[in-house]
Design a protein around this ligand. Structure first.
Ligand SMILES: *Cc1c(COP(=O)(O)O)cnc(C)c1O
Length: 379
């Protein structure tokens, strides 16, 4: 089946009890057993819930994986995946990773005996250089937030396969509509479903999809043991969001392309980061690895003051953290999403205080360009 068909139908048979076409919200904590040990496959709602299961089946199909798991947040999915490691293990991480991921790795898991090396994973030689005898996992975010730097997933997957390392990919920015890491050889793909999968800025959640049965058994065990599961109503909202994922991603990407093309012509904008621009350094990799360029753009305005004036002058773009919803958002990564990363680390990877990040929504693009033009005139 095609992506849009799967998005609407996978894992979502009519409700067996009533025929309801929409998967009901099974707001229950337990299930009555017919007799001792005889039940319908559901015993206790931390372990299994039919609404959550529908989402888990759906996302597994969309990511072309073996099984899916839904968690209470993107961070809960990342935390649970890291529990595959044990004290003393080493993990190589994309240096320009999401701020919350950096925080939990350096300030929580490092205390529990996991070791991390942050590297520019866009060059395989940097991953090679970061290798240690105890390296067990490579954790990639591509494209990164907010600099949109990309890692070649096929190349990295081949390397990880040769070295017997687990390859985990945070696919939040592209969504499975534009990028399918498991098809390129990754072992685990995860998302903050708070972003494009939900798409309507009305819920927090996360999903993990694994490539094979062995990994599925381990994740099911960890999900049930650690218990950071997605609640049924939240799962229902993500299922509802995913039904329009294909349509939304097309529009996010079309709007972002037009806005990027507008921004490169504005003198006050020193630099535009968008993988869809032909002169973007990794444009060829973006074309090879993704079927679209996504809805995220970053711009460098030259000074922190101009960045502040810009985010405070827009009227349609809302000044807010998060991304991937139908409405356009604007943010200042250095003080907002990436505030938890030390200034020296931010400078080293080029995340300066003059960078503004746009999450381009699905409004009329003329209105969005008009809004940006209004704000840019004022700085
Ligand atoms: C938002 C985000 C996360 C964290 O997800 P939450 O749902 O906020 O916990 C992880 N990775 C990326 C790339 C994100 O954008």
């Amino acid at each position: 089946m095609g992506f849009a068909t799967d998005a609407i139908h996978a894992g979502q048979e009519p409700d067996p009890a009533t025929g309801a076409i929409t998967v009901p919200v099974y707001q229950t904590s337990t299930y009555v057993q017919e007799s001792l040990g005889r039940h319908k496959g559901f015993e206790y709602a931390r372990t299994q819930n039919p609404t959550r299961l529908a989402l888990e089946k759906n996302i597994a199909v969309l990511e072309k994986g073996f099984a899916g798991f839904a968690f209470s947040s993107g961070m809960a999915s990342i935390t649970t995946v890291m529990m595959l490691l044990k004290s003393g293990d080493h993990c190589i991480v994309t240096e320009n990773v999401y701020g919350g991921t950096y925080r939990v790795f350096t300030r929580v898991f490092a205390n529990l005996g996991l070791e991390f090396t942050f590297a520019d994973t866009s060059g395989l030689e940097n991953i090679r250089k970061a290798m240690k005898p105890n390296t067990r996992m490579v954790f990639i975010e591509t494209p990164t937030n907010p600099l949109l730097s990309m890692t070649d997933l096929r190349l990295t997957a081949n390397f990880c396969n040769d070295m017997n390392l687990l390859l985990v990919v945070d696919n939040t920015f592209m969504s499975p509509y534009f990028q399918k890491p498991l098809s390129l050889g990754a072992d685990i793909v995860l998302h903050s479903s708070t972003k494009y999968l939900n798409g309507h800025s009305d819920g927090v959640g996360g999903v993990v999809v694994v490539a094979n049965q062995d990994m599925a058994q381990k994740m099911a065990f960890l999900q049930n043991s650690a218990g950071a599961i997605l609640a049924p109503l939240e799962a229902w909202l993500v299922l509802r969001g995913i039904k329009t994922l294909a349509l939304r991603m097309e529009k996010h990407s079309d709007n972002a392309m037009k806005i990027a093309e507008y921004l490169v012509r504005v003198k006050k904008v020193k630099r535009v980061f968008y993988p869809g621009l032909p002169d973007y350094p990794q444009h060829d990799l973006a074309r090879k690895q993704c079927s679209g360029f996504g809805g995220m753009i970053s711009i460098d305005l030259g000074t922190p003051d101009k960045a502040r004036e810009m985010v405070e002058s827009v009227r349609i773009f809302a000044l807010a953290e998060s991304l991937g919803g139908v409405e356009s958002l604007i943010g200042h990564p250095a003080t907002m999403t990436h505030g938890s990363i030390p200034k020296e680390s931010r400078q080293r990877m080029g995340l300066t205080d003059s960078i503004v990040r746009l999450s381009v929504g699905i409004e009329d693009v003329e209105d969005l360009i008009g809004d940006l033009s209004y704000a840019l005139d004022r700085i």
